[in-house]
Write a protein that binds this ligand. Structure first.
Ligand SMILES: [Zn+2]
Length: 279
């Protein structure tokens, strides 16, 4: 990428890359409102048509779960939008074909005690409690190995994703936005289970080259031990719908993460295989 780009171009470029997966463009930090006082904090998710979704389901994401639902069993049509029925499940699959309920807010968002490359107290610091604790353990282990990590972008509300999307439409046009940006509800960051991670080098932040850095290699080797997977793998674009993103970590719980990383599978393929195997 052109290192001499202007700030304005950097914003556009960052949007172009980052919104492919719903990963955030860091250059837009100051432009966006991230608090949403109009939405109640709570653990009851209601779908757009008013249907209560069952957030009381067990959230166990480990491979000891007694039943593996197929992807087809965890999706329902809500006003024409294929919407997941298990938003609080640690194994929830959100992608271009599977949206979260528009008003879904994770029930237990907290801020992990890890380094961030910015000072603002914004929602993207947050993750769900279990994921946040696991991220702290991951970062501590990295530090012990001499690897310095930063948490760049975690939770993103539907409202924030909508603002990002609309900004993209305004700056790039509707057609371009449809082709390149993450539609609100379809960003994994809304689950509170994802975190974009970087090293100290800003040049490789949210760039594919991060995968070749010591930090990126360390993450690929060790993230599974702490319950995280590299969600968007190289060569699996047809399955995930997204380009390779060595910086985008998704928490699924330790047992499942170890299995997935050892097998080199996408979350989609892993869950499909599990559901098929039990039949
Ligand atoms: Zn991301």
């Amino acid at each position: 990428m052109n290192k001499n780009r202007t700030n304005g171009l950097a914003i556009v470029a960052a949007l172009s890359v980052a919104l492919l997966s719903g990963c955030e463009a860091p250059s837009l930090d100051g432009l966006l409102s991230t608090n949403n006082p109009s939405q109640p904090a709570g653990n009851t998710a209601t779908t757009a048509d008013g249907t209560q979704t069952n957030t009381a389901e067990p959230t166990a994401g480990d491979s000891s779960r007694s039943k593996w639902a197929s992807l087809a069993e965890t999706i329902q049509d809500v006003n024409g939008v294929p919407t997941v029925t298990n938003p609080t499940d640690l194994a929830v699959v959100v992608n271009k074909k599977r949206a979260l309920p528009a008003d879904y807010i994770p029930p237990d968002l907290v801020e992990p005690n890890v380094p961030f490359p910015f000072d603002e107290k914004v929602e993207k610091r947050m993750m769900r409690q279990e994921a946040a604790q696991a991220l702290e353990e991951l970062f501590a282990a990295a530090k012990q190995d001499g690897i310095e990590l930063y948490a760049v972008s975690g939770y993103r509300s539907y409202k924030t994703q909508k603002s990002l999307y609309e900004t993209y439409v305004q700056t790039q046009g509707a057609e371009h936005a449809a082709a390149y940006s993450a539609v609100p509800g379809k960003s994994e960051h809304q689950t509170g289970l994802a975190m974009d991670v970087s090293g100290a080098d800003v040049k490789t932040r949210l760039e594919e080259s991060f995968g070749e850095m010591p930090e990126g290699k360390w993450l690929a080797e060790h993230c599974g031990e702490y319950g995280f997977v590299i969600r968007y793998l190289k060569g699996k674009e047809d399955t995930t719908g997204y380009a390779y993103e060595p910086w985008h970590l998704r928490y699924v719980g330790k047992d499942m993460a170890k299995d997935i990383m050892a097998a080199g599978l996408t979350l989609e393929d892993y869950l499909s295989a599990k559901a098929t195997a039990q039949k």
